[in-house]
Design a binder for this molecule. Structure first.
Ligand SMILES: Nc1ncnc2c1ncn2[C@@H]1O[C@H](COP(=O)(O)OP(=O)(O)OP(=O)(O)O)[C@@H](O)[C@H]1O
Length: 592
């Protein structure tokens, strides 16, 4: 839970001020029973009305001071806990944003949402609770014991018994509650996960009429959450009544022994009443502690889950920083020469050298085996192969979404492991296989790729991606709001908007991962012609299912079961590559 340390310097001052007001509030509360004992034993016993009024007025004043201190403390407590919660959520969001795919894959997406929301709230509630009992509880508890002992050392022995017993109950409560509340948070994760999956697949669920099945899945997760919560509550519920019972037994003992003392004339009524007040205050404080202990148990379970996100070691963070843009010229030409006829610095050049890759945590055969190829700047390289042959995985190594298991991926002649992932990605634009648009207008979605680009540029690239036609057919044109994930668009329309979003980035390397699969052949042809004009010095990697999509590429790579089955031009592959011939035959129905 080291992550909490970061917030201490920022909030300790307000926290301390809140605690000071809390101390004032506690001192006021502590003084009241003694004042009351004086009113009864001195004022009432001696029928001294002016003493009663004076002390009564003093009690009122002290109560008012206590109330003001409590209000200020409440305001400060809310301010500190809310500000802390907001900052923690924001830091978590930033941390998740920095995570590599390797780290992200370790967490369920729904679990990350629960951690950012519910878990942060639990910690925030605890901090708030802490400012209600921190200092106050021990102060009132110890102060009550001392003041009660001063009033009557004999009766105080009862307190020496009940306080440790109640403290033991609190400790047990904490120990038993922690594991159970951790399980409750996990059950909440599962429930969120079912909900999230349902919402993202709602069309499929409706198309297959499987709502009942999904409903049952949700109900099961919901019941599991309920059972977990009940189990946790049940396991810890015994401790509060047990504490109350212990204290009440103590009060009975005080009444009994005090009553005997009063009867025998050794004891004053006011003292017995003050003693009972102090005992009740102790009970109240211990209850308060118990409430905060419960908050603490949940907060601790939540803080552990939050710290897992912060502690997620990211292999990419530990690698060397970017240095390729500042390389010495001699070094550049040497690296540039390797495997290339052209020397010098080539930002769009891609080299794969004997690359093998397995997804972190996955067992079995590597997804990619001994991949070697080179894309020269400005080349259009097609990539084709059966489904699951590793095409998307291969291109995900270029922006360093994952680190290779062995071999080297070089961009611009420099190993990607020696480059800062963020700077590297600045130079690459990807149109992913699964199109993703964000809530906002067409214009916002396209300019999302490059904030600096103006509206005319956005329209220019939309035309290039064959998106301008259908965008302008909407009454509000580029200002039409695209629903969440582009829900109000067809698959092909979404693909074209995401192509425009990539083009506006003006990258050194453009990766198009099967992004015209939902576009008709004629439109695809026009996009490709436009891309040729656009490409210039841009290296374009084009993954496709249709051979016609890659046939005119400068170079084609054929993937088969994680390895390269052949590479070269269309004609060369038709002559030499069996896998390519098979794809060609299956698609065109003619012999190669
Ligand atoms: N995040 C992941 N974790 C573990 N394995 C994965 C992951 N993503 C893909 N795989 C596996 O890697 C292999 C290659 O998948 P990949 O998506 O790269 O293939 P592809 O050639 O792009 O397929 P398609 O043409 O269907 O998109 C598959 O066997 C797949 O199961």
């Amino acid at each position: 839970m080291h992550f909490l340390k970061k917030y201490i310097p920022k909030y300790w001052k307000n926290f301390t001020v809140a605690v000071l007001f809390l101390t004032a509030e506690s001192l006021c509360e502590l003084a009241l029973p003694t004042l009351m004992a004086l009113i009864i034993d001195v004022g009432v016993a001696n029928r001294d009305l002016s003493y009663v009024l004076r002390m009564g007025g003093f009690m009122l004043l002290i109560t008012a001071v206590g109330a003001i201190a409590a209000s200020v403390r409440n305001i400060l407590a809310s301010r500190v806990s809310q500000a802390f919660g907001t900052e923690l959520r924001s830091d978590l969001f930033a941390r998740i944003g920095q995570m590599s795919f390797t780290s992200l894959d370790r967490f369920e997406r729904a679990s990350l949402i629960t951690r950012m929301t519910n878990d942060v709230t639990q910690v925030q509630n605890f901090i708030n609770g802490l400012m209600r009992v921190f200092v106050k509880a021990p102060l009132i508890c110890i102060g009550s014991i001392i003041l009660a002992a001063r009033l009557d050392p004999g009766l105080a022995r009862i307190l020496y018994i009940i306080v440790p017993v109640v403290a033991l109950f609190l400790a047990l409560n904490m120990k038993i509650g922690f594991t159970r509340f951790t399980l409750v948070q996990k059950a909440l994760d599962r429930m969120n996960s079912v909900m999230r999956e349902y919402l993202s697949g709602v069309r499929v669920v409706k198309a297959f009429n499987r709502f009942d099945y999904e409903q049952e899945k949700f109900n099961n997760a919901n019941l599991e959450y309920q059972a977990g919560s009940i189990h946790a509550m049940r396991a810890t519920s015994v401790f509060n009544p047990a504490s109350a019972l212990t204290v009440n037994l103590g009060i009975i003992a005080v009444l009994w022994l005090g009553g005997l003392g009063v009867q025998a004339g050794d004891q004053q009524v006011g003292v017995v009443m003050a003693f009972i007040n102090y005992t009740t205050q102790i009970l109240f404080t211990l209850m308060l502690i118990s409430m905060v202990v419960n908050l603490f148990i949940r907060a601790r379970a939540s803080a552990v889950r939050i710290s897992e996100v912060f502690a997620q070691a990211d292999p990419m963070e530990s690698s060397e920083p970017e240095r390729e843009l500042k390389r010495e010229p001699e070094q550049v030409s040497e690296q540039g020469k390797a495997g290339s006829l052209e020397a010098g610095y080539e930002r769009g050049r891609i080299d794969f050298e004997e690359v093998s890759f397995s997804y972190p945590g996955a067992s079995g055969e590597p997804v990619l085996r001994q991949i070697s190829f080179t894309c020269l700047p400005g080349q259009t390289v097609g990539m084709i192969g059966s489904t699951g042959s590793g095409k998307s995985t291969l291109v995900s190594l270029i922006p360093r979404f994952y680190d290779v298991t062995s071999g080297r991926v070089k961009i611009g002649g420099v190993d990607v492991n020696a480059q800062d992932p963020q700077a590297l990605r600045e130079r690459i634009a990807i149109v992913p296989q699964k199109t993703m648009l964000f809530t906002g207008t067409f214009m916002e979605n396209i300019r999302w790729g490059n904030e600096k680009a103006d509206e005319a540029e956005a329209a220019h690239y939309a035309r290039m991606a064959e998106a301008d036609g259908f965008i302008t057919s909407f009454p509000e044109g580029y200002d039409t709001v695209v629903g969440q994930r582009g829900v109000n668009l067809s698959g092909g329309q979404k693909q074209r908007v995401s192509i425009a979003r990539a083009l506006i980035r003006k990258p050194d390397i453009l990766i198009l991962d099967d992004c015209t699969s939902a576009v008709d052949v004629a439109t695809e042809g026009r996009i490709k012609t436009a891309l040729k004009a656009y490409a210039g010095g841009v290296t374009c990697l084009l993954i496709a299912q249709r051979i016609s999509s890659v046939a005119d590429a400068d170079h084609i790579i054929v993937m088969d079961e994680g390895a390269i089955a052949g590479q070269g031009t269309h004609e060369h592959l038709l002559r030499t590559c069996r896998v390519y011939q098979e794809i060609y035959r299956s698609q065109l129905g003619k012999e190669a």
